[in-house]
Ligand binder design. Structure first.
Ligand code: HSE
Length: 388
């Protein structure tokens, strides 16, 4: 099968390398950035790929623009499309699904969520015979590396972020990693595959920008550490929920054992119970291996991992499935607001005008809304749901 590749960076180069001795695929063209053409198989012109005889195009460029334009043009030109680009699929996955269905072409993107971890393909399989109760996990290597380094190595946030960048885990602009938006995009892809719903903008996302060394000290006194977790699922009434937030988990918990840049993706099937997949969520060959997995699935006949009815939908994070206690650190002067609106079970630490409290059970929506309100009033707040 003839294939062309958009991008020759970290992942694109990995795909190229892996295809060198693959008997099923023959590479026609590889799109590189202007001024970077150094071999015959490379081109700086997208039109060379749009007009070539490849049946399949693999996109490893990242970003929405021009990736969306290129994706649409490739499918319009009669090519199937495989992407590792979570920003593209989170923004335009439904458009690309509909276009590929209209043109009877393939559209697969399992490398866009969890790197080498086969979470999307397994959800696609699992939902054929089971109901997915919830899905998610630790889906961002950069933030897990930072949290784990602050905890176990005692280094500062900035130093840990610099290391994550040097090791190639972080995005070029790590804002989306730190803010939790990278995890949210992966949750959006999971939700599309598991529930046929791409959550609109009504999800709740809290990243790790507010975490401090003090939080790890307090967590340690409680026998806990901190992880960044994303989750989506269906409430009892069938409404979708989806959120990203830090989580305080016991050192004996499964999540605490997910160290360094490792990811852990999970889902709970109504009949299968909880399934967990742990491994490299990023990096050249892990991500390229997921692209090769999609290419092979396409070669063997799989065209889609989404269903034709996949739509935008609203998330609701107020159901009982979204309830839990929270660890909250904030200025002591703002604690009465927490006592009034949520209730405080326990004060776990007090130092330099800050208090760390454990709240009564509250929904994700109410906790995120309260933190936003307190921040508007000038409070410094860090919060993490206490893992049950
Ligand atoms: N920056 C991402 C991460 C890369 O740290 O997980 C893989 O999506």
């Amino acid at each position: 099968m003839k294939v062309s590749i958009l991008g020759h960076g970290v992942v694109g180069k990995g795909v190229w390398d892996m295809l060198q001795n693959n008997p099923c695929f023959e590479v026609r063209n590889v799109l590189v950035k202007k001024g970077e053409k150094s071999a015959d198989f490379m081109t700086e012109s997208f039109e060379d790929i749009q007009n070539d005889d490849s049946e399949l195009v693999v996109e490893c460029m990242g970003g929405v623009d021009p990736a969306y334009e290129f994706a649409s043009k490739c499918i319009e030109a009669g090519k199937s499309f495989i992407s590792s680009n979570k920003a593209l699929v989170a923004a335009h996955g439904i458009d690309l699904l509909n276009l590929s269905l209209k043109k009877d072409k393939g559209f697969l993107f399992s490398a866009a969520c969890g790197g080498a971890i086969p979470i999307l393909q397994n959800l696609h399989l699992a939902r054929k015979s089971d109901s997915i109760v919830w899905a998610g996990g630790i889906l961002n290597g950069t933030t897990n590396f930072i949290l784990d380094s602050m905890d176990r190595r005692g280094i500062g946030f900035d130093e840990a972020l610099a290391e994550a960048k040097a090791l190639g885990y972080a995005e070029f602009d790590p804002t989306a990693d730190i803010s939790g938006m990278d995890t949210m995009r992966k949750i959006m892809l999971i939700s599309m595959v598991a529930y046929d719903v791409l959550p609109n903008s009504d999800y709740h996302v809290e990243g790790i920008q507010s975490v401090s060394a003090y939080d790890f000290k307090v967590a340690d006194t409680m026998g806990c550490t901190i992880r960044l977790v994303g989750r989506c699922g269906l409430s009892e009434s069938g409404r979708l929920y989806s959120y990203v937030q830090p989580m305080l988990c016991k050192r004996s918990d499964f999540y605490a054992g997910v160290c360094s840049n490792i990811n852990m993706a999970q889902y709970e099937g109504k009949n299968s119970g909880v399934m967990s997949f742990m491994g490299q969520g990023a990096g050249r060959y892990p991500t390229a291996s997921a692209i090769l997995r999609d290419m092979t699935s396409f070669y063997e006949g799989q065209k889609q991992m989404l269903k034709s009815g996949c739509l935008f939908g609203f998330a609701n994070n107020s159901s009982k499935e979204c309830e839990g206690s929270y660890y909250v650190r904030l200025d002591s002067s703002h604690v009465p607001a927490i006592e009034d609106k949520v209730g405080v079970k326990e004060v776990v630490s007090e130092k330099d005008g800050m208090k760390c409290v454990i709240t009564e059970a509250v929904t994700v929506k109410d906790m995120h809304d309260l933190a936003a309100e307190l921040r508007r009033k000038g409070a410094q707040v860090f919060f993490a749901q206490v893992k049950g």
